[in-house]
Write a new protein. Sequence first.
Length: 511
Amino acid sequence: MALPSADLGDGTYRNPVLDADWSDPDLLCVGDDFYLTASSFGRVPGLPLLHSRDLVNWTLVGHALQLLEPAGDFRKPRHDCGVWAPSLRYHDDRFWIFWGDPDHGIFQVNAPEIRGPWTRPHLVEEGKGLIDACPLWDEETGEAYLVHAWAKSRAGVKNRLTGHRMRPDGTGLLDQGKVIIDADRIPGWFTLEGPKAYRHDGWFWIFAPAGGVETGWQGAFRSRGFFGPYEERVVLEQGDTEVNGPHQGGWVRTKAGEDWFAHFQQRGPYGRVVHLQPMRWGDDSWPVLGDKGVPVAVHRKPRLPAQPPSAPATDDDFPGGRFGRQWQWTANRQDGWATQHSADGLRLSCVRTVDAHDLRRLPNVLTQRLPGTPATVEVELRLDSEEPGARAGLAVLGDAFSWIGLQREADGSVRLVHRFAESGAERERDAAHPREAPEGRARLWIESGAGARCRFSYDVGGGRQPSGQVFAATPWRWVGALLGLFALAPVGGGPAGAASFRQFRITSSFR
């Protein structure tokens, strides 16, 4: 780990507690442990699983989804599709995760332990535009329910939540559903989505955001019956803080009886970072989040046993050719992309592709999240391919992308190349003039500064040198910018060799 924890070491923490794109977080408490999952969209493995003992210091312990299904639909990147807004629950001695895929329907996986084994995805309800699914098992009556939102891009409707009775085993729905909250009928509300359902104090509660990811607010709804009618209240909004659109997350209660709420903040190229808000129940029995309804920047930690500072891992020495849990492919993994061996270092095959001109189209880019604070990324690269046109490198990948790396030329030489493509551009272009890399090796750096403005540099034996112009990282529509490692070759016959990466490091510049 090279990035700092949110734990300030004096009994307080600062927000965000997860300063990277852990989009649409949901969390729960089981015994002394807290677990969190987040949207993973089209990346594989999906459904990340994070663990904490104090809600501030988190580690990534695995993923619940090893393959996106239908598998054939995710052989190529679909960056903004796939897993949207999962809900994490514990019921009947099992962990459950439900989510909506906007193109296919509502899925679930479950497991006896957080680290698995997790079941294969089960399609609970097929349909277009069914998103943000959340189950609720009513322990008082034995009834099971499910609530979900709608994606207008697929279903033609949005701003409403639909409730269903569900089979207690979570395998299917028992009715056609009923609109239980229609926000078109609530003055000023729009884009109601991301519901999380709970039972508390004799009420059915639905925590749901509205107003859009960059400008929205967090709502709470309550009713004596699951199917309504519901009354509503705004319980968290930006106020005079710098935390735009604070919403969409989950409520958790500690064993000590404290209530906390985790939510995201949309931060452009950094994606949706996670904040932790104190929560209490007011005299009128409505939840009060943050500091009287606005986000806190610094706050005392939850009253839980002290934990050592931690944050999800970023660095990797790739022991035996294996990569850490922080890495995800941009589509369903295929055999042969990465090979294990006896030494350290990641060995990526130069996959032949007709899309060598556009990293956005490649399924075999190994990615991790761009840190939300200024940081320096570095890695050592060796190109082992003799194939003319074979190349490998370090990238910042989004709707626009830029990469720096090595390429084998037709005359057998290896050159240091730096390329980029703007949003909407169909092909990459040179960002700097190619330079000789006489030993076929390079040390590569990306310095990400304020606003995710990235400076590239390299060392091919003569010392570190800057390369090209500053590149401003960009997100996709719903996904923050990613750091990526890749190796590729033009179309042709037979294996095209490989590239080796060593000593991947991210060093924070935050003070």
